[in-house]
Structure formats: structure tokens, C-alpha cells
Design a protein around this ligand. Structure first.
Ligand code: CP
Ligand code: NVA
Length: 308
């Protein structure tokens, strides 16, 4: 049984060529599924899903995807594991990696995730941390490509919080060669270190219209992420001018797409009219979580056998 010992904690862990390879493979897997052809490339392989935060899309995509590939996924809520009673991260990583072929982790602290990965002898996948959500970007980029062709040289507008998904968009701008304009309220722009990692194609403004003007894709996310629930009310005031509504969408390119990682709060960061409108591709984005995560699992678990 072949496997890599690579981790996927941020998009920068993979080369642009590797990322493009995963997206190409995701499109093949999607086509196979549309034709109802079975493709069990990971028989007998087992992954653990260690989740500290809620999830619908990410969890179901990994669980369903692993079954479709002929393997199995075990959902491990941190509330039920000994880690929830104080067993160290390092020991949990050592234990799980003696028993499963990869561990998918959704957690708060990115530093804790890195520590987990250092002590795991099997691949570790970031299923969302406070600072990155790389799996989301695999789906978002492939969704853009399916609808509009290459994303290289295109302009993406991010409206709202400089959060985990925004940070992964910054990395994606570098890996996939698109321009990213981020509009965030003062004090909510992405961390300067992550911005620096994005390179020259990434810019920041406080004015949503400066970001959206002529953009090919407009994206937003909740104003308060998981773990920031107590800030929800204050953020609703701070972010009230950072809503993706029809007026803002009208400043984008006429054929601009709209994305949101979901779950969405209609009437807050995005109007219902836009989220449910003709330019929105959020349901394709959702479906592509499945295909891209399957391609990611194949890449990490099959290693050099991946082409077979
Ligand atoms: N977009 C996303 O990651 O959704 P879940 O929180 O439902 O996994
Ligand atoms: N920024 C959001 C994304 C959810 C998928 C959060 O972290 O809660």
C-alpha cells in the first residue's frame, strides 16, 4: 500500500502543479460519478475525522467520499475523545496514526494543528482552523474553472472579514495566479504575514466598491466565524456596509460569479437575492467539495500509485 507522508495544512504545502493535478482529478472523479461508475481506488483504507467544531459540508464530503473510494471514515468528535479530557495533542496524533491512514482535523488553533501534524506519521489534512481553510479553496477554484475557464489573471473580490477562508483565498491567488482585492473594515483585514505570503497580486481596501469594480468573482463569508459567537452583535454593526447585495454585484463584471463557502446568513453578509440569484454558484461549490476532497485523498493516500 503506497502513501505519502505529506500534510495539507495550507495550500502552500503543495506546488501549483500538484494543486492543478488535484483539480483535474476532481473533474475526472466528478464525471465518473455522473456516469454512475464505481471508482474504488482506496479499498481498505481508513481515515479519522477529528473535529472540534461543527461541520456539514466538509464532514459529509470526507465521509461520503471515502466510502465512494472504497474505504472508510471514522468521525471522532473531540468531545468524545480522551483529548477532550486533557490527553495531549502529541499523544493523540501518535495514537491515531498507528491505526488510520490519514487524519482530517477541524480545530481552533492552527499552531495546535501543526503540532498534531509534527507528531503524526500519516498525512494530516486541515479541515478548517482559525486561520486557514484550504479544502474550501480546492472546490472554489475548480468551480470557477468549470463555469468560466482558467482563473489565472482574473480578478476576485473578497468582501468582509479577513478570516480563515480569506487567508486561503490569499494563498490561492499566489498558487493559481489571480488578482485578489480584499475589502474589510478597519481592524479586520487579514494578518500582514498572510498578506505577504500572497504576493503582489493581493491588495486590501476598506471600500467594497474598490474591490468589486469589474471583478470576475465576488466572494464573502460570515461576519463572525466559529469561536467568535460572542462578537456577533458588535460585528453586525462593524460590517453593515460590507454586504454583498445586488447593488454591489452590479459593479462587478456583468458575467461575474458569486461564491460563499456556506453556511450563509441571508440579509447579513449577503442578500438572499444574490445568494439565490442567477450569478450564484454556491450549490456547485458545495458539490465540488466532494469531488476535490476525494481527489485530495487519492493524492495523499495513493502517492506514486495515483495515476493507476
Ligand atoms: N464551508 C464549510 O466548510 O462548511 P462546513 O462548516 O459545513 O463544513
Ligand atoms: N469562516 C467560517 C467558515 C465556515 C466554513 C468559520 O470559520 O466559521
Amino acid at each position: 500500500m503506497s502513501s505519502t507522508n505529506r500534510d495539507f495544512l495550507t495550500l502552500l504545502d503543495f506546488s501549483p502543479e500538484e494543486l492543478h493535478g488535484i483539480l483535474d482529478r476532481a473533474r475526472q472523479l466528478k464525471a465518473l460519478r455522473k456516469e454512475a461508475l464505481r471508482h474504488e481506488s482506496l479499498p481498505g483504507r481508513v481515515i479519522g475525522l477529528l473535529f472540534e467544531k461543527s461541520s456539514t459540508r466538509t464532514r459529509v464530503a470526507f465521509e461520503a467520499g471515502m466510502v465512494q473510494l472504497g474505504g472508510h471514515a471514522i468521525f471522532l468528535s473531540s468531545r468524545d475523545l480522551q483529548i477532550g479530557r486533557g490527553e495531549p495533542i502529541e499523544d493523540t496524533a501518535r495514537v491515531l496514526s498507528r491505526m488510520v491512514d490519514a487524519v482530517v482535523v477541524r480545530t481552533y488553533s492552527h499552531e495546535g494543528l501543526e503540532r498534531f501534524a509534527r507528531h503524526s506519521s500519516v498525512p494530516v489534512i486541515n479541515a478548517l482552523s482559525d486561520t486557514h481553510h484550504p479544502c474550501q479553496l480546492l472546490a472554489d477554484v475548480v468551480t470557477y474553472i468549470e463555469h468560466r475557464g482558467s482563473i489565472e489573471g482574473r480578478t476576485v473580490a473578497w468582501i468582509g472579514d479577513g478570516n480563515n477562508v480569506c487567508n486561503s483565498f490569499i494563498h490561492a491567488a499566489r498558487c493559481f495566479g489571480f488578482f485578489l482585492r480584499i475589502a474589510s473594515p478597519p481592524g479586520h483585514a487579514p494578518h500582514p504575514q498572510v498578506l505577504a505570503e500572497g504576493g503582489e497580486r493581493v491588495s486590501v481596501t476598506t471600500a467594497p466598491r474598490d474591490a468589486s469594480d469589474g471583478a470576475d468573482l465576488i466572494v464573502t463569508d460570515v461576519w463572525a466565524s466559529m469561536g467568535q459567537e460572542e462578537e456577533q452583535q458588535a460585528r453586525a454593526e462593524t460590517f453593515s456596509n460590507y454586504r454583498v447585495d445586488q447593488r454591489l454585484l452590479d459593479t462587478c463584471s456583468p458575467d461575474a460569479l458569486v461564491m460563499h463557502c456556506l453556511p450563509a446568513h441571508r440579509g447579513e453578509e449577503i442578500s438572499a437575492e444574490v445568494l439565490d440569484g442567477l450569478q450564484s454558484v454556491v450549490w456547485d461549490e458545495v458539490e465540488n467539495r466532494l469531488h476535490t476532497q476525494k481527489a485530495l485523498l487519492e493524492f495523499l493516500l495513493r502517492g506514486e500509485d495515483s495515476d493507476a
